[in-house]
Design a protein around this ligand. Sequence first.
Ligand SMILES: *[C@@H]1O[C@H](CO)[C@@H](O)[C@H](O)[C@H]1NC(C)=O
Ligand SMILES: *[C@@H]1O[C@H](CO)[C@@H](O)[C@H](O)[C@H]1NC(C)=O
Ligand SMILES: *[C@@H]1O[C@H](CO)[C@@H](O)[C@H](O)[C@H]1NC(C)=O
Ligand SMILES: *[C@@H]1O[C@H](CO)[C@@H](O)[C@H](O)[C@H]1NC(C)=O
Ligand SMILES: *[C@@H]1O[C@H](CO)[C@@H](O)[C@H](O)[C@H]1NC(C)=O
Length: 272
Amino acid sequence: MASVGQIIFYSMVTLIVIFSTLIILILAVTFSRSSSQVMSSNTAPVANLSQDQILSCFLQTSIGQSGVTQLSVTWEKRDHGLVYRYSNGAPDLANQIPQFKGRAELFPQGITTGNASLLLRNVVRDDEGVYTCSISSSIGGGTLGLSLRTAAFSEPTFKYANGTVAAAASWWFPEPNVTWTDVNDQLLEGATSVRPEPTGTFSVDSRLRGANGSSTYTCRVRNDVVAAVSKVTVTDSGVSGNTYFIFNAASSLLPSTFLGLMTSVLSICHIT
Ligand SMILES: *[C@@H]1O[C@H](CO)[C@@H](O)[C@H](O)[C@H]1NC(C)=O
Ligand SMILES: *[C@@H]1O[C@H](CO)[C@@H](O)[C@H](O)[C@H]1NC(C)=O
Ligand SMILES: *[C@@H]1O[C@H](CO)[C@@H](O)[C@H](O)[C@H]1NC(C)=O
Ligand SMILES: *[C@@H]1O[C@H](CO)[C@@H](O)[C@H](O)[C@H]1NC(C)=O
Ligand SMILES: *[C@@H]1O[C@H](CO)[C@@H](O)[C@H](O)[C@H]1NC(C)=O
């Protein structure tokens, strides 16, 4: 037969167990909410003028991406206005600024996975600037800032004749310069001409005379946004170039401390 004392004791234990479970559940829910955050694979993209550009923004969560519902997404350009909005299951473009009409869209498969990346078509110079991506959804949300820069850049092509290597690139902006170096990183004398094109971009031609067969040179076409670095190999049978692009670190376009502050304020608001 249980005494009154024992009954009280076991009731207390039961209550403590129930309350601890509740507290753990509440903590778990809070934690999973606050740990869903808005991320980007590139907060300082450089778009190639006239091409399409993806502005990356997505919800990173600890509880899996499959169950995202009630997604609403707002893309804005600082000091300009609405770029794109998706809410209540449909695009809401009533206040979209004219610059982005018909040029901005989300990826349809992103709507169920919390991927709010924006596809911006046919980039023009006016697209340069700071963008914010705001997500809200059943599993959390937040705001993220991106700084988009624009430039024109294209791979140079190479020709070799009579001891001269010629590099030609047709799509550059701002105006680039060209440097040639040898395997020892010694600067070589090249002859470069840069021509403005009707498109507002520049085409470049650069020649390196006295190039020796079976040698490798490095040709750099660059402006202050982007550099095309080409390893140029001259052989008896001709020339081949292997190019990669380097994007300069973003300037002060994006005040990252301000944005960081804004994001943390927003996530605090969200938890409470
Ligand atoms: C979001 O969607 C874009 C476009 O389909 C894709 O390139 C990107 O990898 C996606 N990001 C994530 C985290 O799924
Ligand atoms: C940039 O765009 C130009 C013009 O559309 C194109 O010719 C060039 O190949 C592009 N550059 C790169 C690196 O894709
Ligand atoms: C190559 O050099 C030779 C002799 O210097 C000259 O006759 C010829 O025209 C040059 N060819 C080219 C394509 O420049
Ligand atoms: C080719 O080789 C000669 C002799 O080694 C050298 O003086 C010259 O600078 C080289 N030319 C280039 C473009 O590297
Ligand atoms: C070429 O351009 C880069 C980037 O604008 C600049 O830093 C560099 O000083 C320039 N070089 C020459 C030789 O003009």
